[in-house]
Design a protein around this ligand. Structure first.
Ligand SMILES: *Cc1c(COP(=O)(O)O)cnc(C)c1O
Length: 482
C-alpha cells in the first residue's frame, strides 16, 4: 500500500475515485436540462454546513465527494445549463473537460520549451489556428491566459510598452460607455489615472460614436495630451453591439493610434457568416482579447490574447534571470513565460486544441451559429407575446427587452422588468439577467449555448410573461411610494 505520508493512493483507489468522478459528471451532463437552473442560495444555511475546522485527519474520498455534490454543487447556478441566459452563459464541452483533467494529471509545465516542448508546440499551433480564423498576418502571435480580464490586461500592457515605452503621463486611451469594466480596471492596474481613459458616449445602437471620438481626440491634442490607444468592443456584454471596427481601423491608422478590441464575448462569431458581416475590420486591429470559455465552449479559464506582431509580447514581458539561462535554446515565442505575466502556467491550450480536433471546426461553427438562431427565435417569441418592448434586437446572440404594461407607464415597465429578474431566479426554471440601457431597465437573453432548444425558449418566454403579468397586477394594487 502506498503511504499516506507520500500523499499517494493505490491503483485501485485512484481508479475507483476517477470512475466515480466521471460517473458523477456524466449524470450531470445527461440530466442537466431537467434540473433547475438555480441552486438554493441561502448564505446562513451555507455558513452552517460549510464551516468546519481545519481537517487534521483525512476522510474517505467518497464522503468528501458526496459532500461536494450535496453542499457545493447544489447551491450553484449552472452557467452551462441550456436555460441559463444571464450575463454570458458558459457552455463548456466534455472534450475540453477531459483535456483539463489530462493537463492537471500530467501536470505539464507549459512555460519553457525545454520542460514542455510538446505543449509549447500545441499552444503555438492553436494560437496559429486562431490567427488564421481572425485573418491576422503570419507575424502575429498570442498566448493563452486565464480569461477575458487577463487577455485585455495583457494586451493593454503590450500597447503601453510598444506605444509609450512606459512613459505614461499625459497618455490617453478611448473607449465607449458600453465598455466592460475589465478595461478600466486593467488600465488602473497598469498605473493609468482615471482621466487617462476617455469614455465616449455610444450612439443609438450602443456602438462607439466616431464623431464623438474625433471630437475628443481633437480636444486632447489641443490640450497637448498624448492619445495612444482606442479600445473597441466586438460584442458588448449589455447588448452584443459591435463597435464600427473597419472605420475605427481607418481612423486609428490615420491618427497613429493603437487599436485594441475586446472580443471576449463576440469575437468567435467570426466562425459564422453572420458574425463575419458584423465583425468586418476585426482582422486589422493591433491586439485582440478572446475568451474561449464563452463562445468557444471551453471549461472556465481559457482566454487568449492575439497581437499583430508576436515579438511585441516578448518585448513587453521578457526578463532574463540567471537561473533560466539554459532555456534560451528555443525562440522566445516558445518560452511562454516571456509572453505574459505567468511563469508556471497551466496547459490551457490543450482544451481548445482537443475540442477543435474532436468536434472539428465545422461543428464548432454550427454551434456558434445556433446562438444567433436562438436569439432571433427569442426575439420573435417576445414579439409574438405582445407584452414586451424589444429594446435592442437580436445581435451576436443577445436580445434585450422590457415589459410593456397595458397602461404604457414607463416607470411601471422598469419596475416590473427589474423585479422580474429576481422572480425568475426564485422560480428556478430559467434565468435571464437585467441591465440598464439609458433610462430603460431591461432584461437580456444571451442565447449562446448550443444545447438550448426551441422548447426551452418557448417555455421561458411564456413563464416570463406570466410572472410579469402577476407583478403588474401586484404593483397596480400597491403602487411604489416614490
Ligand atoms: C466576460 C467579458 C470580459 C471579462 O472576461 P473574463 O473571462 O470574465 O475575465 C471582458 N470583456 C467582455 C466584453 C466580456 O464579455
Amino acid at each position: 500500500m502506498p503511504k499516506r505520508e507520500a500523499l499517494a493512493l493505490s491503483r485501485e483507489e485512484m481508479r475507483e475515485f476517477g470512475y466515480q468522478v466521471i460517473d458523477q459528471l456524466i449524470d450531470y451532463y445527461d440530466g442537466r436540462a431537467e434540473r433547475p437552473v438555480a441552486g438554493e442560495l441561502d448564505q446562513a444555511a451555507l455558513d452552517a454546513i460549510l464551516s468546519e475546522p481545519l481537517p487534521r485527519a483525512g476522510r474517505p474520498w467518497r464522503e468528501v465527494l458526496e459532500q461536494f455534490e450535496a453542499q457545493v454543487v447544489a447551491p450553484t447556478n449552472h452557467v452551462d445549463h441550456p436555460r441559463f441566459f444571464a450575463y454570458i452563459p458558459l457552455a463548456n464541452n466534455f472534450a475540453g473537460v477531459m483535456a483539463d483533467a489530462l493537463a492537471a494529471g500530467y501536470n505539464i509545465f507549459n512555460a519553457v520549451w525545454l520542460q514542455g516542448a510538446g505543449a509549447a508546440q500545441v499552444e503555438r499551433l492553436t494560437v496559429d489556428w486562431l490567427r488564421q480564423i481572425f485573418d491576422f498576418p503570419p507575424a502575429a502571435g498570442g498566448t493563452f491566459v486565464s480569461g477575458g480580464s487577463m487577455s485585455n490586461l495583457t494586451a493593454l500592457a503590450v500597447a503601453r510598452q510598444v506605444r509609450l515605452q512606459g512613459d505614461m503621463p499625459g497618455a490617453v486611451a478611448y473607449c465607449s460607455d458600453q465598455i466592460h469594466f475589465a478595461i478600466s480596471r486593467g488600465l488602473r492596474i497598469l498605473g493609468f489615472q482615471p482621466d487617462q481613459l476617455r469614455v465616449i458616449p455610444s450612439d443609438d445602437c450602443y456602438r462607439l460614436s466616431l464623431p464623438h471620438l474625433r471630437e475628443a481626440l481633437a480636444q486632447d491634442r489641443d490640450a497637448e495630451r498624448r492619445p495612444f490607444c482606442v479600445i473597441a468592443t466586438a460584442g458588448t456584454t449589455n447588448t452584443g453591439a459591435v463597435d464600427p471596427l473597419d472605420e475605427l481601423a481607418d481612423f486609428c491608422q490615420r491618427e497613429q493610434l493603437w487599436l485594441h478590441v475586446d472580443g471576449a464575448y463576440g469575437a468567435p462569431a467570426m466562425l459564422t457568416a453572420r458574425g463575419q458581416r458584423a465583425l468586418e475590420g476585426l482582422q486589422r486591429v493591433d491586439s485582440l482579447a478572446l475568451d474561449a470559455h464563452k463562445w468557444l465552449f471551453q471549461p472556465i479559464e481559457c482566454g487568449i490574447v492575439l497581437v499583430r506582431e508576436r515579438r511585441w509580447l516578448s518585448e513587453t514581458f521578457k526578463e532574463q534571470p540567471e537561473y533560466l539561462k539554459d532555456v534560451e535554446q528555443a525562440e522566445d515565442e516558445l518560452n511562454f513565460m516571456y509572453q505574459g505575466v505567468q511563469l508556471t502556467r497551466q496547459f490551457r491550450a490543450l482544451k481548445l486544441w482537443m475540442s477543435f480536433k474532436v468536434f472539428g471546426l465545422d461543428a464548432i461553427s454550427r454551434a456558434i451559429a445556433a446562438g444567433f438562431d436562438n436569439a432571433e427565435l427569442a426575439e420573435a417569441l417576445l414579439r409574438q407575446a405582445g407584452c414586451w418592448e424589444i429594446v435592442t434586437p437580436a445581435q451576436m446572440a443577445i436580445v434585450t427587452f422590457r415589459y410593456q404594461p397595458t397602461s404604457g407607464d414607463a416607470a411601471l415597465a422598469n419596475r416590473v422588468t427589474h423585479t422580474l429578474v429576481g422572480r425568475l431566479l426564485e422560480d428556478g426554471f430559467a434565468f435571464a439577467s437585467g441591465t440598464q440601457l439609458r433610462d430603460k431597465t431591461v432584461m437580456r437573453i444571451c442565447a449562446n449555448n448550443p444545447r438550448t432548444t426551441a422548447e426551452d425558449l418557448e417555455r421561458t418566454v411564456a413563464l416570463m410573461g406570466r410572472l410579469a403579468a402577476d407583478l403588474e397586477a401586484e404593483f397596480r394594487d400597491a403602487p411604489a411610494l416614490d
